[in-house]
Design a protein around this ligand. Sequence first.
Ligand SMILES: [Zn+2]
Length: 167
Amino acid sequence: MKYFSFHAEMAENENFQLPSKAELKKKLTAMQYHVTQEKGTERAFTGKYYKTSEAGTYSCVVCHQELFSSDAKYDSGCGWPAFRNVLQQGLVKLSKDTTHVGANLLLLVTDRSAGMVRTEVSCTRCGAHLGHVFNDGPLPAKTRFCINSAALHFEPHQVAVEANGTE
Ligand SMILES: [Zn+2]
């Protein structure tokens, strides 16, 4: 329940200039544009990152704000990248998805069985739609951020190739 305190307070961030729709259309693929700007959803099991298990950081494909760590990623079997949590508070905004009747944060927090509730997840810096969050994830927090690959950019950690035996 703790993590639900994150919305609001944060958003007034830096001097990020959101590119115009026309610029974004050029910069993004059709699917990236559709997901982030039109709240689209890529088809399950078609995204670039749903199976990725490398160590690294996932950032917003539009503004490159870092959002999720591979440490929090797990295979939920749902066909989209799933994360237990965001890197830190304030990176994503949660809002009720009005396309679903009865979706409401309070319900999501209090009713542990509310698998039907959809809460939209978007980037606080640029407003890009990312995906949804559900509360049917793994214990203890049960949080499942179900995020479109098309909304993410993955940056693998630089792995230092060290010889064995040294620290
Ligand atoms: Zn963003």
